[in-house]
Design a protein around this ligand. Sequence first.
Ligand code: GLV
Length: 337
Amino acid sequence: MSRASGGRPRVFVARRIPDEGLTRVLAETDADLWTDALPPPRDELLRRVRGVDGVLSLLTDRVDDELLDAAGPQLRVVSNFAVGFDNIDVPACTRRGIPVGNTPGVLTETTADFAFALLMAAVRRIPEGHDYVRAGHWKTWGPMLLLGPDVHHATLGIVGFGRIGKEMAKRAHGFDMTVLVHDAYPPSAEEQAALGVTAVSQDELFARSDMISLHVNLTPDTRHLIDAAALARMKPTAVLVNTSRGPVVDQVALADALRRGVIAAAALDVTDPEPMSPDDPLLALPTCLVVPHIASATHATRGKMAQMAAANLLAGLRGERLPTPVNPEVYDRSRAG
Ligand code: GLV
């Protein structure tokens, strides 16, 4: 365990993050850096946070009452190296007056690029083609080989029309797609016109879309949003793309739907659990493409995420408002208190 030295605040950094942020954290704090490639096991995490002033967490680290208790009342900030924060019990942090930071904005376009790449790959059967070549099956040009639908001029359904959903719509327009959107807070008629999208009910989106891309946060309302009933409403030719969070899709229902041809294909950047077991039935299906949660994985974006995570952590340690807090109400609360 690290020891406070020179009066610098003590922090636990749950993994090596890019130098763009790590260098500052190491320079300005007494940091205990978890250097393994795998996340700290729970008991180790609870042990390492004891007595720290700040935690720089990843989406693999659960931050809840148990961890906050283990850390102790001096804990001043939790900075998550991710835009998503479903790994954090935010109300528990807020109750204790602890601001939580995330990294919004900087990964929006990168994630939309990747969601569109997954869409293209699944629709145009790129992984199947690659496997075919690697397996030595490629004997000639085939008039009927690995046919798929067109992406251009197809209808894309975007579920969750926040920052990333909007970027996805822009990419779709480049392919002359019709874009349907559904969001708990639907865009106004003016916004729809300006962004070239049509807001519809979830059921209508499922029924009309050729491709469906998920961009919602994981909340109790969105857990298993894509279940057997939702899949049954989609076209048998539909392709589902998930770059949001794994539990948004009921994977048992998805495997069943792919096996029975209820929908045509799926591409998942996120799974439940992560990592997905190599024995998972979805991996036995050629129509399911799975990659290891890498939608934001570009050098530039991960560097910016590291900068933001460091800025949030250091601001919290100084008692300043975090640049990007997910629970700004913590400040109202402390003013009121
Ligand atoms: C990645 O999934 C993130 O939330 O940043």
